[in-house]
Design a protein around this ligand. Sequence first.
Ligand code: COA
Length: 425
Amino acid sequence: MKALSGVKILDFTHVQSGPTCTQLLAWFGADVIKVERPGVGDATRKQLVDVPGADSLYFTMLNHNKRSIEINSKDETGKEVLRRLVQECDVLVENFAPGALDRMGFGWEDLQKINPMIIMASVKGFGPGKYEDCKVYENVAQCAGGSASTTGFLDGPPLVTGAQIGDSGTGLHLALGIVTALFQREKTGRGQKVDAAMQDGVLNLSRVKLRDQQRLAAGPLNEYSQFGEGIPFGEATPRAGNDSGGGQPGRILKCKGWETDPNAYTYFITQAAVWKNVCDVIGKPEWKEAEGYATPPERLNKLNEIFDAVEQWTMTKTKYEVMDICNPLNIPVGPILSMKEIAEDEGLRKTGTIVEVDHPDRGKYLSVGCPIKLSDSPVEVERSPLLGEHTAEILAEVLGYTGEEFDRVVESGAVGDVKLPSAAE
Ligand code: COA
């Protein structure tokens, strides 16, 4: 028994944003039935291929614990199968380009007629308005959601971040919308439409930057390094480099080995409450009480000097030694971990956050497991489905096609090359 046991998801998603959402629901126990175009499937199956002939890591890492059925949604028999699925499922999730689902005949109005209890959940690039018809990918969302303009260094161009806040971030938002709608349906008996726009999701995650935009009206943002450096502020929230987002000054500093290791760095926060500990650790005990250094406001125009001194110390230690020394003193620090280090991290493997999965075509690979841990609904990560692997099983067991009816659907060609026609017997 899992948290979402018994919930059936008609997964009409592709690429990243939708699949991350339905993967989470699958990990929480929902039966996720992924609908894919016959012979083609989700485009990511064949994107960034590393093992010829096998589904790519892009696909396998986003589609665990799902079942795959091939259906041509533009074919009449395909539409019939889809209608049966809509009747059987609790939620339809999709992230097609705007209008694509309506063109298939499965828009919100159509779905309600087929199953009034259905919840329809969609990711689009933009919400209603002048950009609502645009196709959108990750970096476009990061730019339009305010993240790029506030990321990077003050004297450099806007930057996108490697964290997929537009795709995976919006998938997370959508998943929350879906379980909330399921919860409300328990009381009302009605389905509803759940929309998450990528621009909105990114903006939600960039909320503190809109906070700063409004604070600008009250004067310069004194926790930004540029304030201490005497650089004037413009009209919009500026890029803050590696300054920490809150009121405690922080920077990324070099550690031992930085000359050859691109990730020999630490994040170091000179939190006011532990200033004296910082001074002792870096060998500047005189700064503890010195005029111009003792209080946070006095230090604002000396952050470069202070972090230079901290860095002189961190450069004598590895990033792990910095962690070991600072943690007992309550000085907040964090090593810059490479993906290689994360992949090898025993602790992350123990908690199931990094998992090793076996796949019939590609062998063993690493994946990120479920980042949300429910004590009463543990997650077992299962490999992603092969294209159409469960077509026969779903037709027979979920939709009840048997005998001649089953043969008719299979022979129509609308459900791909079904490998086990006898499964319906
Ligand atoms: N059988 C038959 N046709 C199918 C099908 C199936 N099983 N599944 C999809 N199709 C068709 C669609 O009906 C559509 O046809 P149409 O345009 O003739 O109506 C076509 O495939 C392409 O779908 P589309 O969503 O437009 O794909 P795309 O590759 O052109 O665009 C995105 C990809 C991601 C840009 C676009 O889907 C999008 O903007 N999605 C919303 C935002 C989003 O999620 N972006 C991030 C993705 S990580």
